[in-house]
Ligand binder design. Sequence first.
Ligand code: FMN
Length: 192
Amino acid sequence: MFNDASSPLSLLSTRRSGKPRDLVAPGPDGAQLDHILAIAARTPDHGKLAPWRFVIVGDEQRDAFARLLVESCRAEKPEATQKELDGLDQFARQAPALVVVLSSPRPDSPIPLWEQELSAGAATMNLLHAAHAMGFAGGWLTGWAAFSPRVRDAFGAAPERIAGFVFLGTPGRPLDERPRPDMARIVSHWTP
Ligand SMILES: Cc1cc2nc3c(=O)[nH]c(=O)nc-3n(C[C@H](O)[C@H](O)[C@H](O)COP(=O)(O)O)c2cc1C
């Protein structure tokens, strides 16, 4: 079962990110994206707050998204070089599909902010797993744009934060494996 490429364990054991700039069509269509996001929302969340949300940036919005990044960078970082601005323009246009994941915590809740933010990370991870299970690849990026107040304000309002830009599509070339953690270093038995 473990060797069956479509088995759950095999999917979980083989998922890896695709570099967003290498992702090509097809990306998930509307129904597939809805399914991916429904799976992403099946995420542990203390207090049932759903302290995250997903904003789809469609094909028709990519130009505006690119303008937002470039103009925000010009305004917040006057020393930015043309190369940086061009990089942001390319960033905004890569891969067939884009979902912006927002950490959307409820400050009035007794659930600690840390726990709410952890849940946003978990939802993003679930999104990547769902995309992989559907035969797509995804890449979770942040970078300058994720920390720009102007970009954040275009997607949400404080205390919301951008947890990541998740680009989705089909790998244009075989995905590179990367070194994985040495399990002996990260797993131990507690000795009181
Ligand atoms: C919160 C977060 C932000 C990230 N931001 C970036 C980024 O801006 N640029 C980048 O090259 N990789 C970034 N990464 C790493 C990529 O997602 C990376 O390709 C990924 O960790 C590969 O792991 P995988 O093969 O297990 O999917 C980020 C990862 C996380 C968790």
